[in-house]
Design a protein around this ligand. Structure first.
Ligand SMILES: [Fe+2]
Ligand SMILES: [Fe+2]
Length: 331
């Protein structure tokens, strides 16, 4: 940006986006004083209820000795917090870049406020992981590639669509899952405060994409949705399977379970029934993931788009539209 351009900074006047900036201050929290860092994080504390973990609702997992369940659960929490911590650093970079790239005053303001939130989140996960004092498992290749593509990009639409719209909608489900299942008070408090910030970030993503959609032609909107909608539907339909099981089995082995592989095979079969029940919950609209509601709110599920992409009859699209009609009728 040049001096002359900064002299002409314009506000889009978008009420929702301007309100997010004010909220970043009124809903702010203090990392030193709003959470109690003296709360212990003992080695034998599973930190979350066992049901939180992948495959943990299967009868085979439930009958494992308590210490094994603690080990597997802590490892799972450590892995997710490690990815989230890295995700916060990536988000901070993305926001710093957006603050320099976006020519609209209100969009820049949001990006700067979000950068500060992400810095605080990174610090919170960092401190909590230090207190856990646990070896953090390696980040998977798919996640690393997604972060890498964000770090390489300089296109505001791509940055915001990937970070605030897609990743933060996806992560909201993770944050809420940990916050509701956390049994350690420090972990619960951190996640509750972070979730509050993240819903503003996701809100920016939805509002930005919604505005972009309103200002572009049908063909351009269809092209945008062609890139994102199949990914969103794929992620939502994805359920615990062999890849996640591999990590659980490795954790059982570390905890001294000698027949971990055989137990893993049983868990995979048992998990299928749980997956079916959970998928039915989503299809019935009782537990709609944020990714679907964000897609709808940003206009990706408009009939002219889903018809052009041949996705109008997709069960997840139908369920999201039906849930929106029901809540509109109730509200
Ligand atoms: Fe964050
Ligand atoms: Fe965020």
């Amino acid at each position: 940006m040049r001096t002359r351009e900064l002299a002409q900074l314009k506000n889009t006047g978008h009420q929702g986006i301007n309100a997010l900036f004010a909220k970043a201050h009124s809903a702010d929290w203090d990392i030193e004083n709003d959470v109690d860092w003296s709360t212990p994080v003992p080695k034998d504390d599973p930190l979350v209820a066992f049901e939180w973990g992948a495959f943990s609702k299967t009868p085979t997992f439930r009958e494992l000795p308590h210490e094994v369940k603690v080990h597997a659960t802590r490892r799972g929490v450590g892995r997710i917090l490690g990815i989230l911590k890295l995700g916060e650093a990536v988000a901070q970079d993305v926001c710093a870049k957006l603050a320099l790239l976006l020519p609209q005053e209100d969009y820049r303001n949001h990006a700067v406020a979000q950068a500060m939130d992400e810095a605080r989140h990174h610090l919170a996960y960092h401190r909590f992981l230090d207190k856990m004092d646990e070896e953090v498992e390696e980040i998977d290749f798919g996640t690393e590639m997604m972060f890498e593509s964000l770090l390489q990009s300089h296109d505001p639409l791509r940055l915001i669509a990937t970070e605030q719209f897609f990743l933060e909608s996806l992560a909201m489900g993770l944050f809420e899952g940990i916050a509701t299942h956390a049994t350690n008070p420090l972990l619960r408090d951190i996640l509750t405060l972070i979730t509050r910030d993240e819903s503003r970030h996701m809100g920016f993503g939805v509002l930005y994409i919604d505005e972009w959609m309103k200002q572009h032609t049908l063909d351009e909107r269809i092209e945008f949705a062609r890139h994102w909608l199949p990914q969103i539907l794929g992620f939502v339909a994805d359920q615990p399977g062999p890849i996640v099981l591999g990590r659980v089995v490795a954790r059982l082995r570390e905890a001294g379970v000698t027949d971990a592989e055989a137990r893993g095979r049983r868990m995979l079969v048992e998990q299928q029934a749980i997956n079916r029940t959970e998928a039915d919950e989503v299809l019935a609209g009782r537990r709609l993931p944020h990714l679907l509601t964000s897609a709808r709110r940003a206009g990706l599920l408009a009939p002219e788009i889903t018809e052009a992409l041949d996705l109008a009859a997709h069960p997840l699209v139908v369920a999201t539209q039906r849930a929106a009609r029901t809540s509109a009728a109730v509200g």
